[in-house]
Structures are given as C-alpha cells and as structure tokens.
Design a binder for this molecule. Structure first.
Ligand code: ADP
Ligand code: MG
Length: 400
C-alpha cells in the first residue's frame, strides 16, 4: 500500500476520501473527533502544494439531498481546525463542485457536499457506482483514501474511485490498520471484547468470528436484548431482532463448547419511552432485573449490578476491544453504563482499543481523556470487519 509520501501532489488536485461522519444535534457538531482525525493528512497534502478536495458521507440520506445531513457545519469546523478557509461545494459532482475545485489554488482545501446525496455512491449495481466514480474522478488527479470508518463499504468513493486515479493511503488509515493488526496477531490474553450499541444486525455477525479469538465477550447496549430474548426472557419494548435469535442461540451454545465466556446484563435501566435526546429533559428510569423486564418498558442502559459485573470481568484483561455504547449515553439518565465501562478500561492495565463512531464520541462526551486509552479508532463497522479478517473493499482498493 502506498502512502501519501509516494504520491506526487504538488500543484495537483488530490481527492481525499475522509470520514467526517460526526454526530450532530441540529447543525451543532457534538463530537468533532473524526474531523480532528482527518486534519493531519489534509494539512500535509496542503503543505505540499496540493489542491485538496475533501469528501465524506454523513449519516444515511436516501441517495438524494437532505438538508439534515448536510456537511456544511463540518466545513466550518474543518476550517477552524486547519486554520484556513475551507470552500464548501453544495454538491459533489455538479456545477458547484466543479467551480469550487476549478477555483482552488495550490495548498487550498475544499469540502464537497455529502457523497450519499447521490444514489451512485452506495449503489449495489457496479455500473451505477462506476458512473458516479467516473464523475468524481473527473474532478481530481490523485486519490487519497483516509476515511477508515468507511473502508468496509463497497461504495463509489471508497472502492471504485481509487481504481480510476493514482492512489495512496492517508496517515489515519495507516495508523488504524497498524493498531488493529496487533489485535489479530498474537494478542495478549485474557482478550476481552465489549460489544454494545444499536446496530444489532451489523454486530451479531462479528461475534461469530470473535468466538474463535476472544476469551470473554461482554454484551451490553441494544444488542443485549436479542441475547436475553434468545435465553427465553421477555424484553418488553427493548430493541430486539427476532430474526437473529437462532443465530444468537447458536453462538451461546458454541461459546459454551469452546470455553468462551459470554457475559450478559443481569439488570437494566428501563423507561416507558425512548428519551427525547434534543430536549434532554429528566425521565423516570427504573432498574429492573434483566430476566424480568416488564412488557411496557424499554431497556436503555445496563444496570448498576451489571456495571460492577462488567468492571470485574475487565479487571484482569490484558487486551480489550470495545465497540458500542452500553446504553443511550446521549441522555444523562442512560449514560452511566457507558461511563462505567470507560472507567473500568482506564483502571485496567490492558491495551485498550475503542472502536465505533458513537463509542469514541461517548468517551469524549462523557469527559474522559481520550489519550488515556490505547487507541480510539474512528471506525466502528470497519474495525469490526477488520478484526473478522474480512477483505475490506476500501483497503483492497488502495493496494497497488
Ligand atoms: P458505534 O457507532 O460505536 O459502533 P452504534 O452506532 O452501533 O455504535 O450504536 C450507538 C447507539 O446505540 C447510540 O446512539 C446509543 O444511543 C444506542 N444505544 C445503546 N444502547 C441502546 C439501547 N439499549 N436501546 C437503544 N439504543 C441504544
Ligand atoms: Mg454509530
């Protein structure tokens, strides 16, 4: 894999596929970690006289412009962090993008609008994706892949575009791959994996692979309820993927056979409704046993007994990988579980890797010093799939 040092960039238009998919509340950026992580590569390219075209996705728009997913607030923050103006193009391959790129002087930076405002970015159809990649390629002379959080996606800007331009990996991707490699080669044991978050189906699959690697799996967040349901418990209004129950049952059986320890919540913090994250008004949470969740309640965080249990299961770890918050940490009533796991990781001498956009944001939003963790990855799904040993389209595309 070439690095940006191998790329001829002076005076050339360099397309940087970054991952600036930051959490937003309205047009307020609640955690700018991914923007900060993108800065070093952009700065380096600008200093070397490139005309830098930065592009990213944000959220999951449906292949058409949608103002709530605009990258405009990100352009402003990126400009502050770079200490220079970032021209914002209001489209990706249209008149605005073309004019903005044409106006770039050497060393200047532009950010294009959300790539996913085009159906071609995420299209399953190779030709449709290819056509969008062609249009992107026409804007640039070289490509730098640095959006680690998106490398597991076979998307036009991640997979098809590098094939059309001289390409290299940016510094962020190089760092991320270096750290995750450590977790796949001879990892120090006990190796404990903590999984949570909301994207249950995305994450159940990785457990399959982790069963062969990890010594212990702690399950919190939204996915825990599918496990509790698989054990025959009622989960009320909690997040549940019924179609995954057979798979989960199989994991639990296999873990027992292989001597891998599964640790599930013993109590949860629940409420009648999902909290209003905008208003942040106090709610009325109750703690209930994980095997006795009332039908009219939704589990929104791990309970106090579970926090103690998880902390104990992390205390002797030598390596920890954590992906996914333990609860709806965006509301203070449901942040304690995530806070407890973060604290347990800091207290443990283990090499800790935190992966996942929301997990990484949670660590910072809850006030922890991110430098105290071994590594905070900008990639959630990407880091999981890397650990699974899958070929990641965005990394494969950067090979020579
Ligand atoms: P990451 O980005 O770290 O990979 P995910 O995107 O999978 O994590 O999940 C993060 C989201 O999961 C957060 O927005 C959080 O509110 C949500 N979440 C955590 N626990 C629950 C739960 N019990 N019910 C619903 N949502 C949850
Ligand atoms: Mg997320």
């Amino acid at each position: 894999m070439k690095t940006i040092d191998d790329l001829d960039v002076a005076g050339r238009r360099v397309f940087v596929r970054a991952d600036l998919n930051v959490p937003l509340a309205g047009d307020e950026i609640t955690d700018d970690g991914r923007i900060r992580a993108a800065v070093p590569t952009i700065t380096k390219l600008a200093e070397r006289g490139a005309k830098v075209i930065v592009a990213s996705h944000l959220g999951r728009p449906k292949g058409a412009p949608d103002p709530q997913f605009s990258l405009r607030p990100v352009a402003a923050r990126l400009g502050e962090l770079l200490g220079k103006d970032v021209a914002f193009a209001t489209d990706t391959v249209g008149d605005s993008a073309k004019a903005t790129v044409a106006a770039l002087a050497d060393g200047e930076v532009t950010l294009l609008e959300n790539l996913r405002f085009n159906a071609g970015e995420t299209a399953k159809d190779d030709a449709e994706r290819g056509a969008f990649a062609d249009a992107l390629a026409a804007l640039a002379d070289a490509y730098v892949g640095d959006g680690f959080g998106a490398v597991h996606r076979k998307h036009a800007s991640v997979y098809d575009l590098p094939a059309r331009l001289p390409h290299a990996a940016g510094g962020l991707i190089a760092t991320e791959v270096g750290v995750l490699k450590k977790l796949t080669e001879d990892v120090a044991r006990p190796y404990v994996v903590v999984l949570g978050g909301a994207k249950v189906s995305d994450k159940l699959g990785v457990i399959d692979h982790l069963l062969g690697k990890a010594d212990r799996l702690l399950i919190g967040g939204g996915m825990a309820y599918t496990f509790l349901a698989a054990q025959g418990h009622e989960v009320g209004k909690s997040l549940l993927q019924e179609d995954q129950i057979p798979a989960v049952k199989e994991y639990l059986a296999r873990a027992e056979k292989q001597g891998v320890e599964f640790v599930l919540p013993v109590d949860v913090v629940a409420a009648p409704d999902f909290p209003d994250l905008k208003a942040q008004a106090p709610t009325h949470p109750v703690v209930v046993a994980a095997d006795a969740i009332p039908a009219d309640l939704e589990g929104l965080d791990i309970g106090p007994e579970t926090r103690k249990l998880f902390a104990a299961k992390l205390a002797d770890a030598a390596t920890v990988f954590w992906n996914g918050p333990m609860g709806v940490f965006e509301h203070p009533d449901y942040a304690d579980g995530t806070r407890a796991v973060a604290r347990a990781l800091l207290d443990s001498p283990a090499f800790t890797v935190v992966g996942g956009g929301d997990s990484a944001a949670a660590v910072r939003i809850l006030g922890f010093d991110e430098n105290a963790f071994g590594h905070i990855s900008t990639g959630g799904g990407a880091s999981l799939e890397y650990l699974e040993g899958k070929t990641l389209p965005g990394l494969a595309a950067l090979e020579d």
